[in-house]
Design a protein around this ligand. Structure first.
Ligand code: TYD
Length: 213
C-alpha cells in the first residue's frame, strides 16, 4: 500500500526546544519506514534560503513590517511549490520547523499587520496550504530565557533579537491561534525532558500515523 503523505508543522517561540522535538519525531517516523522530508522556514529550497538570509540579516535599515511579511510569504511560496507539494504528492511525510502560523503570530500579531493580511498573502502565495497537524510547543517564559542565553549567547538574529514584549505577543498570538483551531493546531507542553515532550508529540500524531502505516 502506498502511504498517504502527511504534512506536520512545529511552531512556537524562540528557545522552546522545537528543533530538538522535530528531530526526534523525524527519527520516529523513519523507524516506521516512512519517507520523511525534514525542512524549515524561512528556507527549505535554494530560493527560500536566499530570502532567509535577507530576513535574518537584513541589509541597511532592515525591512518595514509589510515588506518583511511579503518576504516570508515569497519564501513560503517557493518552499510549498518546489519542495512540500511534490513530496506530499509522492506520499512522503513532510515535517517543517515553522510554517504560516509563525507569520500569523510574528508579523500578524506581534508585528501588528493583523491576521487577515497574513492569511490573504498565504492564499495568494501558497494557495492557502495548511498542515494536516500543527504542533505548538509551549514553555514557560523563565525557561525560554535560560535556553536562549545558552543557545545564542547574546548573538540572536534580526527577529529573535526583538524585545521581550514582542516575544510575549508572539506567544500569546500562537496560543490564540491554537484556541481558535483545536483540530488543526495542538498545543504540546514543552516543559520537562526532551523525551517527556517527545512522548506528548507522539501521542498527538498517533491518529495520523495509524491511518498511514
Ligand atoms: P530561526 O533561527 O530558524 O529561529 P528558531 O530556531 O526560533 O525557529 O529563525 C527564524 C526566525 O524567523 C524566528 O525568529 C522566527 C522568525 N519567523 C517569522 O518572524 N515569521 C515567519 O513566518 C517565520 C517562518 C519565521
Amino acid at each position: 500500500m502506498v502511504s498517504a503523505g502527511r504534512f506536520i508543522a512545529f511552531e512556537g517561540g524562540e528557545g522552546t526546544g522545537k528543533s530538538t522535538q522535530m528531530r526526534l519525531l523525524c527519527d520516529a517516523l523513519l523507524a516506521h519506514g516512512l519517507e520523511v522530508i525534514a525542512t524549515r522556514e524561512p528556507g527549505g529550497t535554494p530560493g527560500a534560503e536566499a530570502i532567509r538570509g535577507l530576513l535574518l540579516a537584513p541589509p541597511g535599515q532592515g525591512w518595514n513590517a509589510r515588506a518583511e511579511a511579503l518576504l516570508f510569504a515569497a519564501a513560503r511560496s517557493d518552499h510549498v511549490e518546489r519542495l512540500i507539494r511534490p513530496a506530499l504528492a509522492r506520499g512522503a511525510w513532510v515535517v517543517t520547523d515553522r510554517f504560516v502560523d509563525s507569520s500569523r503570530a510574528y508579523q500578524g500579531g506581534a508585528g501588528g499587520l493583523g491576521d487577515a493580511a497574513i492569511v490573504a498573502l498565504h492564499e495568494f502565495g501558497s494557495q492557502g496550504l495548511r498542515p494536516d497537524l500543527t504542533l505548538l510547543i509551549e514553555v514557560d517564559p523563565a525557561s525560554v530565557s535560560a535556553r536562549l542565553a545558552a543557545r545564542d549567547g547574546g548573538n540572536s538574529d534580526a527577529i529573535g533579537g526583538r524585545d521581550a514584549a514582542y516575544h510575549a505577543q508572539v506567544a500569546a498570538g500562537f496560543h490564540a491561534l491554537a484556541a481558535a483551531d483545536p483540530a488543526g493546531i495542538r498545543p504540546v507542553g514543552g516543559n520537562g525532558t526532551p523525551d517527556e515532550v517527545h512522548q506528548r508529540v507522539l501521542a498527538a500524531i498517533a491518529p495520523l500515523l495509524e491511518q498511514s502505516v
